[in-house]
Design a protein around this ligand. Structure first.
Ligand SMILES: [Zn+2]
Length: 315
């Protein structure tokens, strides 16, 4: 019997030079992803009987169970220190590239918004907190753990703004199923300069996000939490979990745009005389799947899910 030394696979991302990088599909032997062009050349060589030899030098090590962290910072509120506005992005990434657009750029936006807020709005009415979550990629574990561990913060959070889909400018904000979100979100957006917000489409009351990124952990707990959804710049094929998710993909003009948007939303949400309504829309009993045309039973409001704290995937 042949001894198995390792597995070479190729998960093409349907973009030039891009391969998806997720977990290994093996437990005892290394699994290496080879770029499509090289992989298919190897394949043809094997098919034509040239018996290619491959030498792989890998420096990665299996370190067993490793801790993961949330990184939290705050500017303490002056008038209502026990109420919160939370800026949200995740700090972990897949390691095929540098994790730039997933979610380096979201993290950059939140850090820069915090820097600006600290400089120009050092004494906010409510506490402004930023959460850079860990272990998002294994199932929103960092933000779910935060929601589970800090019920008093969750109870008193005015709004959460999350960004996690690439380096483009924000073009879509959805009310996440909160019945009165139109009232306060349009008020908060009213101070955003026209050139920053003119591409943004809104949908109210919208539907609650059930997963995919960290605002969903808060929505499930009934917190008005919104996703600042960006123009994707071919994100899904080119950079999302690929070897091409590298620093050169950053579009700084768009990030500056998103920083201005986020900082103003945080400022307005903090200053609001009212606490944002958490009233939920009535969920439809059924929905039509736009792809199949089939009627499906509605899932209802997403329920709070426990974080996985032992390092295995819960998604
Ligand atoms: Zn992400």
């Amino acid at each position: 019997m042949l001894e198995q030394l390792g597995l070479i696979s190729s998960y093409w991302s349907k973009a030039f030079g891009a391969n998806k990088i997720f977990s290994a599909r093996t437990e005892k032997i290394p699994n290496v992803d080879l770029n499509l062009e090289d992989y298919t050349m190897l394949y043809r060589m094997v098919e034509n009987g040239t018996t290619p030899k491959v030498k792989i030098i890998s420096t990665s090590k299996e370190l067993g169970e490793m801790p993961t962290f949330n990184t939290i910072a705050q500017i303490k509120g002056v008038e209502k220190p026990d109420e919160y506005v939370i800026l949200s992005a995740h700090f972990d990434s897949w390691d095929g590239g540098q994790g730039t657009t997933d979610n380096g750029t979201g993290s950059l936006v939140m850090m820069e918004a915090m820097r600006i807020l600290k400089k120009f709005y050092p004494n906010p009415k409510r506490t402004i907190m930023v959460g850079h979550w860990g272990s998002e990629e294994q199932g929103l574990n960092g933000s779910r753990a935060f929601v589970e561990d800090y019920p008093e913060i969750v109870e008193n959070t005015q709004a959460v703004f999350n960004q996690d889909n690439g380096t483009g400018r924000v073009v879509d904000i959805n009310g996440q199923g909160f019945l009165n979100s139109y009232d306060y979100l349009s008020d908060w957006l009213s101070e955003v300069p026209q050139n920053v917000k003119k591409h943004i489409e809104t949908e109210f009351p919208g539907n609650p996000g059930g997963g995919g990124t960290d605002h969903a952990s808060f929505v499930a707990a009934g917190v008005p939490a919104f996703n600042l959804s960006a123009l994707d710049w071919a994100y899904w094929n080119y950079t999302w979990h690929t070897n091409l998710d590298t620093y050169d993909k950053i579009v700084f003009d768009d990030l500056k745009n998103n920083v201005i948007l986020t900082a103003i939303l945080a400022y307005k949400a903090s200053e609001d005389v009212d606490k944002a309504s958490r009233e939920r829309r009535i969920m439809p009993e059924s929905t039509v799947n736009p792809r199949t045309g089939r009627t499906m039973r509605s899932r209802g409001w997403p329920s709070v899910r426990k974080p996985n704290r032992d390092g295995t995937s819960s998604r």
